[in-house]
Design a protein around this ligand. Structure first.
Ligand SMILES: NC(=O)c1ccc[n+]([C@@H]2O[C@H](COP(=O)([O-])OP(=O)(O)OC[C@H]3O[C@@H](n4cnc5c(N)ncnc54)[C@H](OP(=O)(O)O)[C@@H]3O)[C@@H](O)[C@H]2O)c1
Length: 298
């Protein structure tokens, strides 16, 4: 049974300040896509705060290694649950497994995700459905499984890891962009709906981050059918650890939408305020990215 505290606060300003200083120690956090990259960094940052962790992804061995590191470094209690988030049944089962093991779920981090690259008029729709299953329907299934538990215990936090492309169309990445726009829309609605239950819905929107993301993205263009697992350089991004630390802060503060760098925030602001100019820039970005695709990059 939930022991109160962090999530049971009402919504006046002094209590909001109290939330900011709140320790996460002992809270149960489920993190999807915890086997590498941003998810691993978020999970490690939560372990450092004293959370009990439930790690999910498909790479079981890697999850076990990460869990072992947390036990050694932070004496963390960690449960590994091999999960394919693209399967809604497995997403729901993950949350149930966490609740069965620890008796509660305080924090759900929907981080697992993948990219898909290709022009909108050429994308294989089966590829697009697959990416929607992983990036949108899986997280929604986990959210639906977690909310009754959090509601029953007086509150919780759901973190949806989106991207700046949830606010900014990405030419030749329109399929991926669409999954993140969907996540933004759903998160905004859920945040309003769940306010009365003391359940925060936090959107984390990284820009370019130094992970294996592009290597695991699906390339869905004619002549390069189902290309995946290639080494594509998107350039150098921020360290995933920075995203992990920022996410922990956002959970403590109950923030609405989080950008990692000033540049990311500026880009999103520009897109919102200068849509015509943005469209013009995107035409040039499209030409550039097409050339990169043809050369085998992304
Ligand atoms: N890197 C960036 O520049 C960037 C920027 C903005 C937003 N993001 C977002 O950040 C999140 C994490 O991406 P990342 O950069 O850390 O990429 P990554 O290094 O490729 O890691 C992706 C994680 O998701 C897991 N995953 C992928 N498909 C899965 C599935 N079907 N079931 C369960 N787990 C699955 C992977 O684990 P397994 O392969 O072991 O299953 C892995 O742990 C994604 O939602 C992505 O959209 C990334």
């Amino acid at each position: 049974m939930y022991s109160g505290g962090m999530f049971s606060m009402a919504n006046n300003s002094s209590q909001s300040r109290a939330r900011w200083n709140r320790e996460l120690g002992g809270k149960v956090a489920v993190v999807t896509g915890a086997s590498r990259g941003i998810g691993e960094a978020i999970a490690v940052a939560l372990a450092a705060e004293g959370c009990r962790l439930v790690l999910a992804a498909r790479s079981t061995e890697r999850l076990q290694e990460i869990a072992e590191g947390m036990r050694l470094r932070h004496s963390s209690e960690v449960l590994v649950v091999p999960t394919d988030i693209g399967d809604e049944g497995q997403s729901r089962a993950l949350v149930s497994a966490a609740a069965d093991h620890f008796g509660t779920v305080d924090i759900l981090v929907n981080n697992a995700g993948m990219g898909i690259f290709g022009a909108m008029d050429e994308l294989h729709l089966d590829d697009l459905r697959h990416v929607f299953a992983v990036n949108f329907f899986g997280p929604m299934a986990a959210l639906q499984a977690a909310v009754p538990i959090m509601r029953g215990q007086g509150g919780g936090t759901i973190v949806n890891v989106s991207s700046i492309v949830g606010r900014l169309p990405q030419p030749l990445g329109g399929g991926y962009t669409a999954t993140k726009f969907a996540l933004h829309g759903a998160s905004g609605a859920a945040r309003a709906e769940l306010k009365r239950d003391n359940i925060d819905v936090v959107l984390v929107c990284p820009g370019l981050t130094d992970t294996e993301f592009s290597q695991h993205s699906r390339i869905s263009v004619p002549g390069a059918e189902h290309r995946q697992g290639e080494r594509h350089s998107l350039g150098r991004g921020v360290d995933p650890e920075r995203v992990g630390r920022r996410t922990v802060t956002a959970i403590k503060k109950g923030e609405r939408e989080v950008f990692i760098t000033l540049f990311d925030r500026a880009l999103v602001w520009f897109a919102a305020h200068f849509p015509a100019l943005l469209q013009w820039v995107l035409v040039y970005v499209t030409r550039y990215r097409r050339r990169r695709f043809e050369e085998g990059g992304s």
